[in-house]
Design a protein. Structure first.
Length: 341
């Protein structure tokens, strides 16, 4: 059959990442230098959809590496309610593939007016959001035809991590980012066919993660909904035990994203508990009693490892969508650019 736009764009992720690193480095370096001079005690993010999942990823990465709290602000605070926010000394980071949604643009304008240093992460440097911000990190991802964002999501996270590494002048993260295109290429060849066999006949599923991997769990659940017509919900591997685990019974599918970080043992413990309840559990990162271990790219920096898993998931979910009889390029009732106020 004809290759889907989504499949082509997932295959382009390593090259898109390499292009961003080569072409947007001066803008990243400049914005990071201003952030070092400002020394912010707060960062706020503005985003929706997949871009908000990228913001969640950045939240965990910044808090873990820099110790600076990151909060998501609702765009409607500015666009609908017209309430100014006092953001003097803060950094406001907007993430949007198109950079066009009126509510995102208005919140970025409001953040800048409220005293924040504003940084736009978008595929279109000449977009309204880019124009409204002090700095713009252009993704250089190329045109994305599929409604489901893939390469723009990955490069959005990469942009945030690159800014973080330069702001903090962290050499370990710098090296991990430089090696990321190769790791992303390896991710495209991982075999998750046991998970595909289970989800091909599923009606619902849980996707679990901790730290930055929780952001990938949210993105994965969204993609299962929009490309596969599968009702999937994302939870922290801790939060799922505070209520949602009650409906996990025999053969309930659970996908747990484990990476080699401080939270891995906790993810494994949750996976084993849910498997003991009868769930069909699939896990990356480490073996767990009663769960099926899925392969992952080993020996990665813990702040980039979840993004590599996300790339593997994109290839997997495109194939799963077609297996379930869906066209992943054209999810029902959705458009590529969603403009909200």
């Amino acid at each position: 059959m004809t290759q889907t736009h989504m499949a082509r764009e997932v295959a382009e992720i390593p090259a898109a990442a390499e292009r961003f690193l080569a072409q947007t480095r001066p803008e990243v370096t400049e914005a990071a230098a201003v952030m070092r001079k400002l020394d912010p005690s707060l960062i706020v993010t503005v985003a929706r959809g997949s871009s908000d999942h990228a913001a969640t990823y950045l939240k965990y990465a910044v808090e873990l590496l820099a110790g600076v709290p990151v909060a998501s602000v609702g765009p409607s605070v500015a666009s609908i309610y017209g309430r100014p926010l006092r953001l003097a000394g803060a950094v406001c980071i907007g993430i949007s593939q198109s950079g066009q949604s009126p509510d995102i643009v208005e919140m970025m304008r409001a953040g800048r007016s409220g005293g924040a240093l504003s940084v736009a992460i978008t595929n279109f440097a000449d977009s309204p959001m880019g124009a409204a911000s002090n700095h713009c990190l252009a993704l250089q991802a190329g045109v994305e035809h599929s409604v489901a964002a893939t390469k723009t999501f990955v490069v959005s996270v990469l942009a945030g991590l690159s800014l973080l590494a330069e702001w903090q002048q962290d050499d370990d993260l710098r090296r991990a980012i430089a090696d990321l295109p190769d790791a992303l290429e390896k991710a495209l060849h991982l075999d998750w066919s046991p998970l595909a066999a289970r989800l091909s006949r599923a009606n619902s599923a849980y996707v679990l993660g901790r730290g930055p991997a929780f952001a990938i769990a949210n993105e994965s659940a969204l993609k299962l909904k929009e490309t596969c017509g599968l009702h999937a919900e994302a939870y922290s591997a801790a939060e799922v035990l505070h209520g949602p685990a009650a409906i996990v019974q025999a053969q309930f599918p659970v996908f747990a994203l484990g990476v080699e970080d401080a939270a891995l043992s906790h993810v494994v413990s949750t996976a084993e508990r849910l498997a003991a309840q009868g769930a069909d559990v699939f896990l990356t990162g480490a073996p767990a009693k009663g769960a099926t271990l899925l392969p992952s790219v080993p020996n990665l920096h813990p702040l980039v490892a979840p993004l590599v898993l996300g790339t593997a998931f994109y290839r997997f979910v495109e194939e799963l969508a077609r297996r379930r009889g869906f066209d992943p390029d054209t999810p029902p009732h959705l458009r590529k650019v969603t403009e909200t106020v």
